[in-house]
Design a protein around this ligand. Structure first.
Ligand code: NAD
Length: 472
């Protein structure tokens, strides 16, 4: 592989907010011109997006490294290839997805044809966070393009190198009449949210999710909110502990724990808790060596604020493994905490960093009760060798998604909708579900004019009323 290009230090991202209303109006005019409705145009834009990722992937990966030391493999897999795969899938299935969907017509309405026609919404806004800054900006864009929309993109200001690279690449590759990218933070996002969009797709925390929804409500704009939360991971005594330890440690410490669906904490059957903790320690050493700070496969915490927050969470904690930290390069070792007290701050908010609290439970019922007493999580994991336990957990809990005997993998299947429920969000995407999110399902019925009995019109006959009442 060629060496990654070096990335210039990027300044704090900003955009000229004064031009926002004019640009949104231009996109609206482009949409009104009908150019985005053509399937050829959509395919071409998706292909151009794939080209962007293929030709400029090295630069994107270098920016992700400059922002928070994202390991090359993780950057290619989760940010670059993941989006390219979504774009390719949408391109391949576009004709099928956009085909009018025939549905049955009730007998009394016949002769008639009924169908659902997918139409684009118009101009949509995508607001992304920093943890997978490419995937979470461009993967929703795939759905927006496939459905035939114009889009405004707002990358996170926290990953400034990635934001700068994307703001250069997007207009270079995609149709500038239909797509715009505005860099910046709160001021820019606030100015964008004052505009009327036809859909707002926001990924990030629930506090800002509420700000987004309130702003969208003023225009009666529908929203998709991809939020976070504390995703629990239940480990039953019947689980294969070697596999569980590897898959949990991978899902937790990928991206240094800064993954919305990372297992936030473990609920482990008391009979296997000690063995699992030992195995997790071995796995972490196997993954990252004795000093993970030296490992090119281990990311950094994104900024000083989050580093200080995570270090604060470890105050007074019973650290079973890790805990080493360095503020100067925002390093925090993969850390396991045991004997967590119910009032510990580790159990309050989403951890969103490389700290894994382990809680002991007597059985799976106690684990389910623990989960159900809290807000609905984005993901829920269960490791078990028992189908009964699997079924009990799936039926006894509510979450955005469930993955059994694995972590994060359900996200990679484009046939599964990805999204939250309750506090973890609303709406879903990935694969065809992204296309649906950015489409309006228009009902269309065409009636034949050959048969039009007068009986159905006023003045209504007694017979008609009698016939109607028989349907009760
Ligand atoms: P962030 O700070 O980058 O914010 C996200 C976006 O909101 C940014 O574009 C930012 O500019 C904008 N923003 C911030 N404050 C704002 C304000 N006051 N008004 C308007 N816009 C504002 O990212 P974050 O929120 O720290 O992201 C982490 C959270 O996102 C975690 O809770 C994580 O679980 C969640 N997340 C969810 C998913 C998912 O797919 N469900 C994916 C990744 C992250």
């Amino acid at each position: 592989m060629t060496a990654a290009p070096s990335i210039e230090s990027a300044p704090e991202p900003h955009s000229n907010v004064a031009i926002i209303p004019g640009r949104v109006a231009q996109l609206r005019a482009s949409f009104a011109s009908g150019r985005t409705r053509s399937l050829d145009w959509r395919r071409e834009q998706l292909e151009r997006l794939e080209t962007l990722l293929r030709e400029d992937g090295e630069e994107i990966v270098a920016a992700l490294k400059a922002d928070f030391g994202k390991p090359d493999f993780e950057a290619w897999a989760a940010d670059v290839i993941a989006v390219a795969g979504e774009a390719k899938l949408a391109r391949k299935h576009l004709a099928r997805w956009t085909r009018p969907e025939k549905v049955a017509t009730p007998l009394e309405q016949r002769p008639a044809r009924s169908r659902i026609v997918r139409e684009p919404l118009g101009v949509v806004l995508v607001i992304a966070p920093w943890n997978y800054p490419v995937q979470l900006l461009l993967s929703p864009l795939v759905g927006a393009i496939a459905a035939g929309n114009c889009a405004v993109l707002k990358p996170s200001e926290i990953t400034r190198h990635t934001s700068a690279v994307l703001s250069r690449l997007v207009p270079r590759h995609l149709d500038p009449e239909c797509f715009e990218i505005f860099e910046g933070g709160v001021a820019e996002t606030t100015a964008l949210l004052e505009q009327r969009f036809d859909h707002v797709f926001y990924t990030g925390n629930g506090r800002v999710g509420r700000v987004v929804m309130e702003a969208a409500a003023k225009h009666l704009t529908p929203v998709t909110l991809e939020l976070g939360g504390k995703s629990p991971c239940i480990v039953d005594e019947s689980a294969d502990l070697d596999v569980a330890a590897r898959r949990i440690a991978w899902g937790k410490f990928l991206n240094a724990g800064q993954t919305c669906v990372a297992p936030d904490y473990l609920l482990v059957h008391e009979a296997v808790e000690s063995e699992l903790v030992t195995k997790l320690g071995e796995v972490i050493r196997g993954f990252y060596g004795d000093d993970p700070r030296q490992s090119p496969h281990y990311a950094r915490v994104v900024d000083d604020r989050h580093h200080a927050r995570l270090v604060g969470l470890l105050e007074g904690a019973e650290i079973a493994q890790g805990g080493e930290r360095r503020a100067d390069d925002r390093y925090l070792a993969p850390t396991i905490v045991r004997d967590v007290k119910p009032d510990s701050p580790l159990l309050a908010d989403e951890i969103f960093g490389p700290i894994l609290p382990v809680l002991r439970v007597r059985d799976v019922d106690e684990a389910i009760a623990f989960v159900e007493a809290r807000e609905k999580p984005l993901a829920l994991y269960v490791f078990t060798g028992s189908e009964d336990v699997e079924q009990k957990v799936v039926e006894g809990t509510s979450s955005g998604g469930v993955c059994v005997n694995a972590t994060l993998f359900h996200l990679g299947n484009p046939n599964l909708p990805f999204g939250g429920v309750g506090e973890s969000g609303m709406g879903a995407y990935h694969g065809r579900h992204s296309f649906e999110t950015f489409s309006h399902r228009k009902s269309v019925m065409t009636r034949s004019t050959r048969f039009d009995p007068k009986l159905a019109y006023p003045p209504y006959s007694k017979l008609l009323t009698r016939l109607l009442r028989r349907r009760l």
